[in-house]
Design a protein around this ligand. Structure first.
Ligand code: ADP
Length: 296
């Protein structure tokens, strides 16, 4: 805690320890200082868990960082933070300095913050009231010293609940949402709910990503579709949205993720790695067509 008693340190404030702002005004001021240095704010969202949101967020962030973009990855999944494991960062810790919380940097150009970095035991459950979650999100976006970023990628929890509403309010401007789904109707229906939730909140949807989209048969090499075929393409077309990518089911990518090595780094030429690298290009291209961000 800073000298003046605030959770978010005052190293940023021109008045330092003598700052007389009340807590809320101070936190909003600090948040503002962070956000002006972040060019693009992207949410990765699905209404359903287990469809590959964290996989897409992690690989998208790593792929953009590989291209020399300055990227922040904010893990907003409070009850299931899986980003630390997927980036091989279990046991990493956030440091608090006078100017904010220092994010973990697993790669040059990639800064990561997650509640997982604050848990002593990765298996301990997080059961928080909404007010706690709101405070955490305020710290995630405003307390972390993100510095100058070309991209802030936010890995959202499943659903269109409180975290989405709070994130939209705290970030003030969301430049685009990437909706992740799998090909079957049960997941697509949830994707449509998420898309409609974004439309109702005036948040631009960049497009859909179909994950677990087919698999190369390990015996004959032919393509098989365990979760059905073409669902996301049909949904995207019906909603007038781009299909940003199709990521195949790739058993090697699953093991790499468990092992802390995202597919775009561990196997960029593998089925998932190739598709995820192409996804990063598609997201950048889709964002460039948005009226408010084309010039960024
Ligand atoms: P969510 O964030 O939506 O809950 P995750 O990204 O955590 O989903 O993915 C759930 C599990 O599926 C993880 O073990 C992940 O490694 C695995 N997975 C995700 N996408 C693929 C894929 N294309 N091929 C193989 N495994 C995948």
């Amino acid at each position: 805690m800073a000298e003046c008693g605030r959770m978010i340190p005052c190293g940023l404030c021109p008045d330092g320890a003598t700052c007389k702002l009340d807590q809320t005004s101070h936190d909003m001021w600090v948040l503002d200082q962070r956000l002006v240095r972040i060019k693009r704010r992207i949410l990765v969202l699905s209404n359903k868990g287990g469809v590959g949101k964290s996989t897409v967020s992690t690989n998208l962030a790593a792929a953009l960082a590989l291209r020399g973009e300055r990227v922040g990855l904010a893990d907003c999944d409070i009850s299931g933070p899986s980003i630390p494991r997927m980036l091989g960062l279990l046991g990493a810790r956030l440091k608090i300095t006078e100017t904010g919380v220092t994010p973990v940097e697993p790669l040059p150009n990639l800064k990561v913050a997650s509640l997982g970095f604050l848990l002593d035991d990765p298996d301990s459950p997080v059961m928080w009231r909404d007010s706690y979650k709101q405070e955490f999100l305020q710290q995630l976006y405003g307390g972390v010293a993100w510095g100058d970023l070309d991209w802030l990628i936010v890995d959202m929890p499943p659903g269109t609940g409180g975290e989405l509403i709070s994130t939209r309010e705290l970030l003030m401007r969301v430049d685009g949402v990437v909706i992740v789904t799998t090909p079957q109707e049960v997941a697509l229906q949830d994707a449509r709910r998420a898309i409609n939730g974004c439309k109702d909140s005036n948040v631009p949807v960049l497009g859909l990503v179909e994950n677990m989209s087919g698999l190369a048969c390990p015996h004959c090499g032919g393509e098989i579709h365990p979760f059905s075929e073409g669902g996301a393409a049909r949904t995207a077309e019906a909603l007038g949205l781009p299909l940003l990518g199709q990521i195949p089911l790739d058993p090697a990518a699953l093991l790499q993720a468990d092992d802390g090595r995202p597919a775009v780094l561990a196997a960029p030429e593998g089925p998932a790695g190739r598709a995820l690298l192409a996804l990063a290009d598609a997201v950048a291209a889709a964002l460039a067509t948005q009226p408010d961000t084309a010039a960024i």
